[in-house]
Design a protein around this ligand. Sequence first.
Ligand code: ADP
Ligand code: MG
Length: 268
Amino acid sequence: MMRTTNGTSEEAMDGTSGGATAALIELTGVSKIFHTDEIETHALREVNLQIGEGEFLSIAGPSGCGKSTLLSLLGLLDSPTVGEYVLDGSPVSGLSGSQRATIRNRHIGFVFQAFNLIGDLTVFENVELPLTYRGISTAERKERAMKALERVDMPHRINHYPSQLSGGQQQRVAVARAVVGDPLILLADEPTGNLDSSNGEAVMNLLAELHRDGATICMVTHDPRYADFADSTLHLFDGKIVDRRSNGATRELQAHGYEVVTPERTLS
Ligand code: ADP
Ligand code: MG
């Protein structure tokens, strides 16, 4: 995740990614339709999205508009019904289940609203777990897990079990688990949704710090205060992207006395 160059900047100068480097993530014409009983749900409709390396994108929109579905597709937990997903220059559509699992394990870090730590493993074991699937030596696993726990300021709780920690502490451990394998991208689905405001802010500061160190982050949040930590905000409504704007530009407009109306407020 802390890569500083992907070596593909030359071929990306055609303007499609809006910058000098190729997009790390590129969705083209992506739709997702769920079929349950007789009902068809169009969770995503013709989504086109590029996320650059090192970018921090937040995703907003009302409940049921497709935010979690979008993260599941980005994280290879699910596949589009139609459309193309190119991750770090490679289309993912032709990959087998085990190739997808390998990419998930090596290149994608997940943080969920409900923390999702494994209750009968210690803090240390939870953080080490993604590395054990990769055949990394015990000594290196220990070193990397401790480093990740230091980053989230939790090295003093390594032998605790998740149930012995506060929600904020559990989420910090979940962030350590997500970044221990040095992923290409960190996906966070309402990471502050179960936290009070001071713990929520601590987790957001942690994500902001990872971002400053070069992490690419894609985060779903309902809270406009936290969306502001990101570089830009994507608004989804009814499975469609209705707006994407840089948070810096929004702050600038507000500083000049303009009221910035989000599509979410306009449409719902
Ligand atoms: P959000 O995260 O924005 O609240 P979701 O992405 O979870 O929204 O859901 C988008 C829509 O797709 C909703 O109507 C939801 O009911 C539907 N949906 C999500 N996952 C499934 C599934 N596995 N099977 C059927 N419908 C689903
Ligand atoms: Mg959701």
